[in-house]
Design a protein around this ligand. Structure first.
Ligand code: PRP
Ligand code: MN
Ligand code: MG
Length: 192
């Protein structure tokens, strides 16, 4: 075979392209946050690969940075698709107020789609008194956005309207560990 997962129709971003782009983004963040000791907050699970690769590049920021994680779950209303709410859980057990108040937060996502997850996170972080919140997302799927005016500080790639998997992103908890981003074959999500 060609070494690709059998359910992948196309490679959108190769391992090499990802590595170059993420490295550049991380260096940019390190430069911008010099001396500010940012708190890097990842939204699980999708962010885990991007988060790790990014932090390795941000590390030279003087005094390093701190990491923290949150999990967001979206609940779709069963009658109206616009009636979508997101439930957030901060992980790690610390007092979130204590942790986030007064800090410069870099919020890390694998993908911003409708924007609902991000909107909830931004609201929560501001409510907890973050000094600033800057979003770093690996992919921006702009064409699917329903939340207006979301400001994305750092974007890896602007993603086409395709079903993307890999580099942290799943379909039914599969494909997260692919080291590249692929487009899922249509028959995989149409028959299941
Ligand atoms: C995915 C993705 C983002 C979110 C984007 O997470 O990782 O967090 O959806 O979609 P939105 O902009 O429409 O809110 P998901 O809820 O699938 O959880 P996961 O990261 O654990 O896969
Ligand atoms: Mn996610
Ligand atoms: Mg998911």
């Amino acid at each position: 075979g060609n070494g690709l997962n059998k359910d992948v129709a196309d490679v959108l971003y190769s391992r090499d392209a990802i590595s170059k782009r993420v490295s550049a983004l991380g260096k940019e963040i390190a430069e911008d946050f010099k001396g500010k000791r940012p708190l890097i907050v990842g939204i699980l699970k999708g962010c885990f690969m991007f988060f790790s690769d990014l932090c390795k590049e941000i590390d030279p920021v003087p005094d390093g940075c701190e990491v923290h994680f949150a999990k967001a779950r979206s609940y779709e209303g069963n009658t109206c698709e616009s009636n979508q709410s997101v439930k957030l859980t901060f992980l790690g057990g610390e007092d979130e107020g204590e942790l986030i108040r007064g800090r410069h937060v870099v919020l890390v996502e694998d993908i911003v789609d409708t924007g609902n997850t991000l909107k909830a996170m931004l609201g929560a972080l501001k409510g907890l008194g973050a000094k600033s919140v800057t979003v770093a997302t690996f992919l921006d799927k702009k064409c699917r956005r329903t939340v207006p005016d979301l400001e994305l500080g750092y974007v890896g790639f602007e993603c086409p309207d395709a079903f993307v998997i890999g580099y942290g992103m799943d379909y039914g908890e599969k494909y997260r560990t692919l080291p590249y981003v692929g487009v899922l074959k249509e028959d995989v999500y149409q028959t299941s």
